[in-house]
Every structure is written in structure tokens, then in C-alpha cells.
Design a protein around this ligand. Structure first.
Ligand code: DC
Length: 228
């Protein structure tokens, strides 16, 4: 018997919504909210790169040591708990959000062996009833068969201001101009690297959140899912 087109034998039946986009576009918040609404799992793939960067820092590895960092990534002792991320049983939820860790994550993420090392771990998050995955290459590389792919963009000035407010709310002082420069250089590195660069995946729907609130973007994604 021939499989109907929507049930090809090797197709993974667990649906995935991918949300890719540049730094501070709000994709993490949106992905978690959409996952909560649907009762699905969430994958914050950026956290895996941040954990790898932190582990490399703690091990005293050079940011260009590709085999060394890939080995760390493969054996990363990471646990994702509600609202909490542990690395080797240490609560690193706040540490990995620091800008210096984000920058280092962007550097280690450019190493192909590190990306390959994290691939299987990301696939493991695909469990019933569904997954909302956010990052840079969720739709293009990690879950290319996802039935709904979103590219969440926002003006770099708006993103710098949002990041500034987030940090201020946490009591961390930051300079807006420095944040702007930082976001631009991370965007450049993430967009222009040779392996799995930040791009809108084929078939992705682009949402520009520059003038939209979180609730409006969440609603747009849920509407797209209902009508996909
Ligand atoms: O989304 P984030 O800011 O937490 O990600 C931190 C860095 O990790 C980002 O600058 C690039 C990298 N990253 C990646 O290369 N691929 C992903 N799927 C997610 C993040």
C-alpha cells in the first residue's frame, strides 16, 4: 500500500513550530508563551550554545579550540527545569544570560563541530504532543520538516532598547550605545558565518515585531498554527 502524502514512512509525526530570529527579537519569550498555550514542550537552543560557552570558559578553553569545545558540547551535563537551567548541578540560569556569555556563545556557535555535537540533543526535545523551538537555524537545519516556521525580526534599535529595559529591570546597568554595537556585531557574526547562518528558512513566515507587543505576536503565531 502506498502511504498517503501526509504520512510518509520516515516522517516524524510530532509537530514542531520553529521560531528563528536575531538576538533580542523576543523569540524566547514568544516560543515559551506559544508552547504554554498549546501545552507543548519548548526548546531554547540558544541556551545550549550559552551553556557550551560557559563550560568552555570554566574549563579554560580557547574560544577557537573547536575539538575541545565540541567534546564539551557532546558531554554537556545540562538539565532544563521549569524556570531553571543547571550545568553540572549548578544553577546557571542567570549567569548564561550575561552579555559576555552571549557573545562567547555566538563565537562557539560558528564552529561546525560544535553545531554537530549539539544536533542530537536538540532532536531529543521533539516529543509528544509537540515542540516549539527557538534559535537561529531551527527551521533551516535542525527541524527542516517543521510544519510551521516563523522568522521573528525587529529593528536593531528597538531590540537594543528592549534588551536595555530587560537588564535595567533586573538591576543590571548597561549602556544603550554599547548594547546597540554588541547586537550589531553578534547579528553580523550569526548571519555571515559559513555554517547554519541566521536566515529565514524556506517557507518561513516573517513577523516584524518592532511595533507589536508580545501578546500580539503570540496571537499571530497561534493563528498561523490554526490555519497552517
Ligand atoms: O538566542 P541566544 O541569544 O540565546 O543565542 C546565543 C548565541 O547562540 C547566538 O548569538 C548564536 C548562537 N545560536 C546559534 O548559533 N544557533 C541557535 N540555534 C541558537 C543560538
Amino acid at each position: 500500500m502506498v502511504n498517503p502524502p501526509h504520512l510518509v514512512a520516515d516522517q516524524n509525526p510530532v509537530p514542531v513550530i520553529t521560531i528563528d530570529g536575531p538576538t533580542a527579537s523576543g523569540k524566547g519569550t514568544i516560543a515559551q508563551r506559544v508552547a504554554d498555550h498549546l501545552g507543548w514542550h519548548a526548546l531554547d537552543s540558544g541556551a545550549l550554545y550559552r551553556l557550551t560557552a560557559l563550560a568552555a570558559l570554566q574549563a579554560g578553553l580557547d574560544a577557537a579550540d573547536e575539538p575541545g569545545i565540541a567534546a564539551l558540547a557532546r558531554s554537556l551535563d545540562a538539565q532544563f527545569r521549569p524556570g531553571k537551567i543547571l550545568l553540572a548541578a549548578q544553577d546557571v540560569t542567570d549567569i548564561i544570560r550575561q552579555e559576555r556569555i552571549g557573545n562567547l556563545a555566538s563565537q562557539v556557535a560558528a564552529l561546525p563541530a560544535v553545531r554537530t555535537a549539539l544536533l542530537a540533543r536538540q532532536h531529543d526535545f521533539r516529543q509528544t504532543p509537540g515542540l516549539v523551538a527557538d534559535g537561529r537555524d531551527m527551521g533551516s537545519v535542525v527541524f527542516p520538516d517543521a510544519p510551521l516556521k516563523i522568522f521573528l525580526d525587529a529593528d536593531v534599535g528597538v531590540r537594543a532598547e528592549r534588551r536595555h529595559k530587560q537588564l535595567k529591570d533586573k538591576g543590571i546597568s548597561a549602556n544603550l550605545d554599547d548594547l546597540f554595537q554588541d547586537l550589531q556585531s553578534r547579528d553580523d557574526r550569526d548571519r555571515n558565518r559559513a555554517h547554519a547562518p541566521l536566515v529565514a528558512a524556506a517557507g518561513a513566515v516573517t513577523i516584524d515585531s518592532s511595533r507589536l507587543g508580545v501578546d500580539q505576536v503570540v496571537q499571530q503565531v497561534l493563528d498561523l498554527w490554526r490555519n497552517h
